[in-house]
Write a protein that binds this ligand. Structure first.
Ligand SMILES: [Zn+2]
Length: 67
């Protein structure tokens, strides 16, 4: 029976996770875990949206003084 767990193996050739430096897994290549992949994604998104934004964005749905 072949192991179907290929995704949980280390990448070959071995590569260090870009976030934490641990060995990356095939499944999350080039990261070691979903968490690190998410961290990188968030950084990327923040970078992509790193445009000066107006601070008053109409975030008023939690304003207690409205009812
Ligand atoms: Zn990592």
């Amino acid at each position: 029976m072949n192991a179907v767990n290929d995704n949980d193996r280390l990448v070959d050739p071995p590569k260090a996770c870009r976030i934490c430096g641990k060995p990356a897994l095939v499944r999350f290549k080039p990261f070691c875990s979903k968490r690190c992949a998410d961290i990188d994604l968030n950084r990327w998104l923040k970078g992509a949206y790193a445009i000066p934004v107006v601070e008053n964005e109409g975030e008023d749905e939690d304003d207690p003084g409205r009812a």
